[in-house]
Every structure is written in structure tokens, then in C-alpha cells.
Design a protein around this ligand. Structure first.
Ligand code: ADP
Ligand code: MG
Length: 409
């Protein structure tokens, strides 16, 4: 029997040493390097598929980070290399970066410079290398970690001063969202970038995604003292690959927009739990089967669960959030239909092995699940999940520990 594979995070020194070494290999010398920056991946505790419905989410920053070593250039050329794309140098001129025209992983990087320029900041070209211990495509936001590490690097190199306070960080997050949506072409909401730039160690970030809120109104740091409660957040990267993910995500967004239009509201956030039954009745005529109504029920109940979760945590009742996590999973599985066999298997197995709560996290169709586990049961829960995957003939999952960690810096 093999044992669970733990995906360890790197120390700051180790991460910095890796990108310095890579920079020397790619660009010959690190003598005029401007510095090294890093940004975390994130895991969402609850509040899934709510960000594009002007709802609430509650992410924490992972200890797993993407590191960037960067040197500004006097021209507008961008040259990039990543340890995760070995042997390849990605190059462009910033003047050539435009929606639809920028291909490959460098779009996530050059897109940030493009978006900062579009916001009126004087940002030039650069040479940069990247290395990361955030798992790729696992729903833990390696894409935002990359964007946000670049954003704080460009902020420092060009003296923008945005990373110095939360309002400025909200501006950097907005630039990263534009990079991902418009240049990389991934239609995601704003949670990932806000988490990577605005979370703080020991805290979860209660994110209010209503448009037009000030930075202060849009995010609130909620003390999340897992260790003090004797608990551990276990993340399981299922390594499940599913086709059609992009189309499914867009389809969910489209359903939510159609439902909001039919109900005559700007977003589903405006439907309170008390008004849900009436809203569902009004949707019946526009509904083909029950799909629209199930999607709306997920969004409205998920936003309420996120509020309840944050309230329990604020009250120091972290050990009582398990049932909310479980209900979130059932809602995502049955009403929103974004779970997958592997995610359900993690949840069912973790709960049977003693987890207080478990759910899929991130967009779904694969990716990762989380379990809230008493610290002395982590190894037993991980072993049970590992064995269940082996017994089902599935690829072995990866396991991460997720103490709430620090933001991009
Ligand atoms: P997730 O954000 O859940 O990890 P995404 O599909 O949103 O998954 O983002 C993954 C993509 O981001 C990769 O396919 C790659 O294009 C880019 N990316 C993220 N991190 C890196 C990295 N360290 N080096 C190169 N590309 C990266
Ligand atoms: Mg992503």
C-alpha cells in the first residue's frame, strides 16, 4: 500500500533561492535583479459560484505561493520563463498585448502590465522568471497567484505604492482580474485575486462581491484561529481532469444572468432567503425543467450559508461550521451540478473518517475538496481518502495543509 502524497509549501527563502537560480540560468546574471515577490494560492472555505452573483465568499490564503524574480527594462519588451514551462521563453512587447491576441501562460503575466497601463499607471517591460508550489489547475488558483505576484512586483519596481494599503491592493486585484478575463480569456469572478492580495495570516477574508463597493466595504478580515481550536484544514487535490469545464462555467453564469433578468433584479444577491420560494415560483414559467430554479436555490442558500459560517467563526465557534460545509457540498452537487465523482468521494470518505465537515471547493468538475479535521485525525483522514481513491482505481490525490497564510508581498 502506498502512502498519501503531501504537497509541501516552500519557505520564503527556498522560494526566493529557486527563482534567483532560475533567473541566472535564463538571463545570465541576477546582479541587476530588482527583487523577488510572491503571492499565495487560495482555498475557499464556503461561498462557491457566488462571486459573479454579487454574493459572498470566504477564502483563505494558502501557504503555497508563486515566486517571481523580476528586473525592469527601459523598453516595453517582456521576456518570461517558468519552471513550470521548462525550456521555453515567452516574449512579447506590451504594445502588442490586447484582448484575444495574447496566447499561452505569459498572458497571465503580460496581462497584468497591460491592465495596470490601462488604469493609467506608467509600467514598462521586464524580464522575469516564475516558480511555484501552488498545484496547477487544482482549483487553488495558481493563475491568481501568478498574476498577483507580478502585480506586487510591478507595483514595487514602478513605485506605484498600491500594495501599501488595502484600498491599493483592491486596485491591484482589479487589474489582475482584467488580465485573467480579457487577456488570458478566462471568465472568472474576482474572488481569487482578492484572496491572494487581501487575505492576512490567521484570517479568512469575507468578500462581498457587490459591484460599486469601496475597498473597505468589499472585504472584511475574519479571525480564523484553526490551531487554537485544535483543528486543521485539509485540502485534497483530486487531480481529476474533466473536459468542458470552461463551457460549464460559462453556462452557470449565463443561467444566473437569465434568472436575474427574469426576476427583474440586477443580481441574484438581491434575492433574500425569505424571498426564495416566491422567486422560484416566478421562475417556473421561464424554466426548462427545473434547472434554472435549482441554480438559483444554490446561489441564494450558499450566500446565506457563507454569512452563517462567518458569524460562527467570529463567535469563536469554528468547531460548529461542519454542517454548513456539508450543506454547501450537497447544494453544489445536486442543485448546481458542478461536483464530480472524485470530489464526492473525498467528501464522503473524509466525513466517514471523522472530519467535522467537508466540501468541494473552487469551480468544480474536478480540482480540490476541503475537510475540517481535528488536528490529531489529519493523518487518518488523509490515509482513508488515499485508500478510497486506490480502491476506486483513481489517480492518487495530493494532500495540502492550509493554515490561513499571508498575502502577496
Ligand atoms: P488554477 O488557477 O485553479 O490553478 P487555472 O486554469 O485558472 O487553474 O490556471 C492555470 C494556468 O495558469 C496554467 O495553465 C498556466 O497557464 C498558468 N500558470 C499558473 N501558474 C503558472 C506558473 N507558475 N508558470 C506558468 N504558468 C502558470
Ligand atoms: Mg485560476
Amino acid at each position: 500500500m502506498t502512502s498519501p502524497e503531501w504537497l509541501e509549501s516552500w519557505s520564503a527563502d527556498d522560494g526566493a533561492a529557486r527563482v534567483r537560480t532560475l533567473f541566472r540560468e535564463v538571463f545570465g546574471s541576477d546582479a541587476d535583479l530588482d527583487g523577488v515577490w510572491s503571492a499565495p494560492g487560495r482555498v475557499n472555505l464556503i461561498g462557491e459560484h457566488t462571486d459573479y452573483n454579487a454574493g459572498l465568499a470566504l477564502p483563505v490564503a494558502l501557504p503555497h505561493r508563486t515566486y517571481v524574480a523580476l528586473r525592469g527594462r527601459p523598453d516595453d519588451v517582456v521576456r518570461l520563463s517558468s519552471a513550470q514551462a521548462p525550456g521555453e521563453t515567452w516574449e512579447t512587447r506590451l504594445a502588442d498585448v490586447a484582448p484575444g491576441d495574447t496566447k499561452g501562460w505569459g498572458a497571465y503575466v503580460a496581462g497584468v502590465a497591460w491592465a495596470l497601463r490601462a488604469a493609467g499607471h506608467d509600467v514598462g517591460g521586464f524580464d522575469a522568471v516564475v516558480d511555484s508550489c501552488v498545484p496547477f489547475g487544482a482549483g487553488l488558483s495558481s493563475s491568481a497567484a501568478l498574476e498577483c505576484a507580478v502585480a506586487v512586483a510591478l507595483d514595487a519596481v514602478h513605485g506605484l505604492g498600491l500594495a501599501a494599503d488595502d484600498a491599493g491592493r483592491a486596485d491591484l486585484a482589479a487589474a489582475c482580474v482584467r488580465a485573467e478575463n480579457e487577456i488570458a480569456g478566462a471568465p472568472t469572478g474576482g474572488m481569487d485575486q482578492a484572496a491572494s492580495l487581501r487575505c492576512s495570516a490567521g484570517h479568512a477574508l469575507l468578500l462581498d462581491c457587490r459591484p460599486g463597493l469601496s475597498a473597505l466595504e468589499s472585504a472584511d478580515a475574519v479571525p480564523f484561529d484553526l490551531a487554537g481550536a485544535g483543528l486543521t484544514l485539509l485540502v485534497v487535490d483530486t487531480r481529476a481532469e474533466h473536459a468542458l469545464v470552461d463551457g460549464q462555467y460559462a453556462a452557470r453564469r449565463a443561467s444566473c444572468e437569465r434568472a436575474a433578468d427574469t426576476l427583474g433584479v440586477g443580481s441574484l444577491r438581491e434575492i433574500s432567503p425569505g424571498d426564495l420560494e416566491e422567486a422560484l415560483t416566478r421562475l417556473a414559467a421561464a424554466d426548462d425543467g427545473e434547472v434554472l430554479r435549482r441554480r438559483v436555490r444554490h446561489v441564494v442558500t450558499e450566500i446565506a450559508r457563507t454569512e452563517d459560517f462567518a458569524a460562527l467563526v467570529r463567535d469563536g465557534r469554528v468547531d460548529e461550521v461542519g454542517p454548513l460545509m456539508n450543506a454547501s457540498h450537497v447544494s453544489l452537487r445536486d442543485d448546481y451540478e458542478v461536483s464530480a465523482r472524485e470530489l464526492d468521494l473525498v467528501v464522503d470518505t473524509a466525513l466517514a473518517a471523522g472530519a467535522l465537515g467537508a466540501r468541494m471547493t473552487g469551480g468544480g468538475f474536478g480540482g480540490s475538496a476541503i475537510a475540517l479535521v481535528r488536528a490529531d485525525q489529519v493523518d487518518a483522514v488523509a490515509a482513508a481518502v488515499h485508500e478510497a481513491f486506490a480502491a476506486a482505481g483513481l489517480t492518487a490525490p495530493g494532500f495540502l495543509l492550509a493554515p490561513p497564510s499571508s498575502p502577496a508581498h
